[in-house]
Design a protein. Structure first.
Length: 245
């Protein structure tokens, strides 16, 4: 199984998703666009595409000139029936790729928050194991409208579209399900100034918040990661195989 991972910001990290991909024996190829703008040349070399988060918006073409090509690449993967996963900024890029609107600065969230699963989400493979509601980590200011033909899987009072699916296995999640407690701890150490500015007092209360929410968020995040990885189909010896085969 060959998975292309687009890293939009240095040291983003795969967290729970790394564990799920490792369990499935996936081969990961990193494309660190923050460094050199590199992207897969076509879709034939990978069975799936992951687009991670970042501090930029999905519309920042002028300062991040790789974005239009990433949008087109995302759509090509999805239209070919391959598994696609966009997380946070990645979900906003995915929404843009399918013709939805990006809503800049319209949904500011940080920290562990509760997410409600929609009726469609409860029967969807991605979220069927997390119950009607789950706690997960958030860090975003932007959101998006739902692409035409997409199914809304999860919602919250701050961001109506917290997760969606297009077709068989194209998924966007506004929340950071990959951000387990280890990833959050790393972010806490790397971005203290930014965190204190957007969430005053969070750093001071971190230990209590992590103890209260970390274990449940880690369990939900790993369940979501494993669910998406199980939907990856790979080409092998002329046969299409499921990731769990």
């Amino acid at each position: 199984m060959r998975v292309a991972v687009v890293e939009n910001m240095k040291n983003t990290g795969l967290g729970a998703l790394a564990r799920a991909l490792e369990e499935a024996g996936a081969e990961i190829e990193w494309f660190r666009v923050w460094r050199d703008g590199s992207l897969p040349q076509d879709i034939s070399g990978h069975d799936a595409l992951v687009i991670l988060g970042g501090e930029q918006s999905a519309l920042d073409d002028e300062t991040h000139p790789h974005l239009p090509e990433l949008v087109r690449l995302t759509r090509r993967f999805g239209d070919a029936g391959k598994a696609v996963l966009g997380i946070c900024l990645g979900s906003q890029i995915l929404a843009r790729a399918y013709g939805a609107d990006n809503l800049l600065g319209a949904a500011r969230e940080f920290g562990w928050h509760s997410i409600g699963v929609t009726g469609e989400g409860r029967s969807d493979p991605l979220l069927s194991d997390v119950g009607d509601e789950f706690t997960i980590f958030q860090w975003h200011a932007d959101t998006f409208s739902l692409p035409e033909g997409a199914v809304c899987l999860a919602t919250s009072p701050v961001a109506e579209n917290q997760a969606f699916r297009i077709g068989r296995a194209v998924y966007g999640t506004q929340f950071h399900f990959e951000a387990d407690t280890e990833v959050v701890r790393q972010w806490k150490g790397e971005f203290p100034g930014t965190i204190e500015r957007i969430a005053p007092g969070w750093l001071e209360n971190y230990d209590e918040l992590a103890a209260r929410h970390g274990a449940a968020a880690d369990a939900a995040g790993l369940a979501i990661a494993r669910a998406w990885v199980s939907l990856i189909e790979r080409q092998e010896a002329g046969l299409l195989l499921q990731a769990t085969a």
